[in-house]
Design a protein around this ligand. Structure first.
Ligand SMILES: Cc1cc2nc3c(=O)[nH]c(=O)nc-3n(C[C@H](O)[C@H](O)[C@H](O)COP(=O)(O)OP(=O)(O)OC[C@H]3O[C@@H](n4cnc5c(N)ncnc54)[C@H](O)[C@@H]3O)c2cc1C
Length: 360
């Protein structure tokens, strides 16, 4: 009788979609010995490439249920994957800690209650004299910032992560086809994916990691999965002002829902908007800087140096994300909405377990 590993080595898996979810699944399944083909017509223009890379796991204010358990799993898995991927990129790193601030007294009270009840040594309310609060108040010319520090949350540079995954996948000889899949079907115990350019690719398993478009490929009447597009926009602002040194701010922080990443003394990134839309909006600067009642001069005069957006998929009628075994050998991983980067390791672990079950 053949061993499981021998079976895996002969088995071919198609992954449709090469965002962070598709690539992470390919990574974990390759390590198990499967032959993988990733298919995507546009791998550089997706939500994953737009993401800011914040890993907000521990600071999630709900400590039970599926969403928390996926976050918890990802928090545990991330350091292991970073260590593994460092063989392909020594610089890959999670920059910690993550600071969450608010100027709203009610929100702060909620934070205090959460920290008190959670009793997690990795979360702490920031003292008003802490360097993080002092410097943020100084830079934004306010007195009202309050918040917490999460020493186990942080940020991964998404561009660097995706490039590293590409290097790994190339090294592992994972096949990449630049094409769009327009149809999938099962015939004689095999899955067949048909591409726009009329290629037919056969496999034992298909994993749908193509975000919003996944529903176009499945029989929606029997699976009844609904997804909504949610626009996420981010901007890089340049400041020409000696009034502020942006590097005095924490390395990554969230103020009242806006993520801020200083990248030099004069530049910072702010993201992201959250609209049920697919078209970028022109008033993005106002939307992304509305966390302050009064903006400091340097920010008023700030120039948008770059702006970008991504369309995230959000499940409609069920919680995010959708990870399901749809039918024999067909899996779906979509609807990651705001947390696809954070949850990629938990997703690939789930997929690996399901695929192992399928072959055992
Ligand atoms: C501005 C912004 C900031 C964000 N910040 C964060 C953050 O800080 N932390 C975090 O965890 N998350 C963040 N996110 C969310 C995160 O980016 C998403 O949750 C994640 O990228 C989803 O990954 P994905 O692989 O499911 O989808 P995508 O990255 O969108 O990839 C889907 C891929 O499927 C391909 N595809 C579609 N149809 C087909 C088809 N028929 N055939 C073949 N391929 C197909 C597409 O070309 C695409 O490449 C942010 C998102 C945005 C927009």
């Amino acid at each position: 009788m053949k061993s499981l590993k021998e079976n895996f080595q002969k088995s071919h898996i198609i992954i449709i979609g090469s965002g962070v979810i598709g690539k992470f699944n390919a990574l974990e399944l390759s390590e198990l010995g499967f032959q993988i083909t990733i298919i995507d017509p546009n791998q550089n223009k997706n939500s994953s490439n737009a993401a800011l890379g914040l890993l907000m796991g521990n600071m999630y204010q709900k400590r039970k249920g599926r969403s928390w358990s996926l976050r918890k799993q990802s928090i545990e898995l991330w350091p292991k994957w970073i260590e593994f991927l460092r063989e392909y990129n020594q610089e890959l790193n999670i920059e910690k800690p993550l600071i969450q601030l608010t100027t709203n007294e009610e929100k702060f009270k909620k934070l205090e209650k959460f920290i008190h009840e959670t009793n997690d040594i990795n979360l702490r309310i920031l003292d008003q004299n802490s360097i993080f609060i002092k410097n943020t108040n100084k830079a934004f010319q306010t007195k009202d910032m309050k918040g917490m520090v999460s020493s186990n949350d942080g940020r991964i540079n998404t561009t660097s992560l995706l490039k590293t995954l590409d290097t790994y996948l190339k090294n592992k000889k994972v096949k990449f086809i630049e094409d769009k899949i327009i149809k999938i079907r099962k015939s004689n115990n095999q899955w067949i994916a048909t591409s726009k350019n009329n290629q037919e690719i056969k496999s034992e398993i298909i994993i749908l990691c193509n975000s919003l478009d996944a529903i176009d490929l499945i029989d929606n009447l029997s699976h009844n999965i609904k997804l909504k597009p949610v626009l996420g926009q981010a901007i890089e602002i340049g400041v020409n002002d000696s009034e502020v040194d942006l590097l005095s701010l924490p390395k990554q922080l969230n103020i009242d829902g806006k993520n801020i990443i200083p990248i030099s003394k004069e530049k910072l990134i702010i993201g992201s908007t959250d609209e049920y839309s697919t078209k970028p909006e022109n008033d993005v600067f106002d939307k992304l800087t509305n966390f302050l009642d009064t903006k400091p001069n340097w920010l008023m005069k700030g120039q948008i140096l770059k702006k970008w957006f991504g369309i995230r998929s959000r499940p409609d009628g069920e919680p995010s994300p959708i990870m399901k075994n749809l039918e024999n050998g067909l899996f779906i991983c979509t609807g990651f909405y705001k947390n696809g980067i954070l949850l990629a390791p938990a997703c690939s672990r789930w997929v690996a377990k399901e695929v192992e079950k399928y072959f055992s």
